[in-house]
Design a protein around this ligand. Structure first.
Ligand code: OAD
Ligand code: ZN
Length: 246
């Protein structure tokens, strides 16, 4: 086990309000490719080329194929020790909130309760015309899936590039980030504006900020401490050391 920085442990010992922002890196060790890593391309497309409404309107079947493939990967994947550690944080700190950019459902499956899924959930689909919403229970459905109510095309219930975040959700996130004693940033490259802005909000407000990432990201230089390594290793180490001191 890697001994953690003294200041970090001291901050964690007294912290009341802790917020984590997670990205694709926390699920890397569950076998889910990150977006901007070497396996992030699909049929030579980048995520940005597929996860947008124009691409969907041009070719809904192609976009659905990508989601169907990812759905199958996410369904087969298991939460890793990093997800489990995140769930445990809820019983360590008086207030713990998790904001995830991930749509893979692994934080829910690991037992986290206090979650905001900023970009939606891959297993939920909604109608492009009416209010119908459903959970895809299997990965074998005809493409593109149609609304049982109005027969229009269903789309993944995911926030795509160029779409607006729910303002109420953002306000709630800003509120908890402003009050945070500690901000944990895990497995994100910091390439998407809103999550970066949210993280910076807590840093500006004076939270002690920890970045967990094997690489340097756009956020690692802005945080109080960058723990260079894999979240499935560092987060359980952190939990072990926290349970000793809290
Ligand atoms: P990225 O793929 O951009 O970044 C993943 C980050 O995880 C990188 O900085 C890696 O160095 C890091 N990483 C890899 N393995 C790790 C490990 N084992 N432990 C910790 N970190 C590790 O993914 P995101 O930053 O999440 O949006 O991408 C943000 C958004 O862009 C996604 O939510 C998605 C995407 O397009 C939508 O789908 C709307
Ligand atoms: Zn409909």
């Amino acid at each position: 086990m890697q001994a953690l920085d003294e200041i970090l442990l001291e901050k964690c010992k007294t912290a009341k309000r802790v917020v984590a922002i997670t990205g694709a890196g926390i699920s890397a060790e569950s076998g889910i490719p990150t977006f901007r890593g070497k396996d992030g391309y699909w049929k030579n497309y980048r995520a940005e080329d597929l996860a947008n409404n124009q691409a969907f309107e041009n070719n809904p079947k192609l976009i659905w194929e990508w989601y169907q493939m990812r759905m199958a990967i996410c369904r087969k994947a298991e939460p890793n020790p990093g997800h489990l550690a995140m769930a445990e944080m809820e019983s360590i700190f008086p207030e713990f909130h998790l904001i995830t950019q991930n749509v893979d459902n692994l934080h829910n499956r690991a037992g986290s309760k206090n979650i905001t899924e900023l970009h939606g959930n891959i297993f939920t689909s909604r109608c492009t015309k009416c209010t119908f919403k459903t959970i895809q229970e299997s990965d074998n459905f005809t493409l593109p899936p149609l609304c049982p109510k109005c027969n229009s095309i269903l789309r993944p219930h995911i926030l795509w590039f160029g779409e607006t975040y729910d303002i109420k959700v953002l306000e709630k996130c800003r509120e908890i980030l402003n009050a945070a004693d500690i901000l944990l940033i895990v497995g994100t490259s910091g390439q998407v504006t809103v999550p970066v802005y949210l993280a910076e909000e807590a840093i500006r407000a004076g939270a002690y900020s920890i970045d967990i990432n094997p690489e340097k990201s756009s956020l690692s230089q802005k945080v109080s401490i960058h723990l260079r390594g894999y979240s499935a290793k560092i987060l359980p180490d952190l939990i072990m050391q926290l349970t000793e001191i809290r």
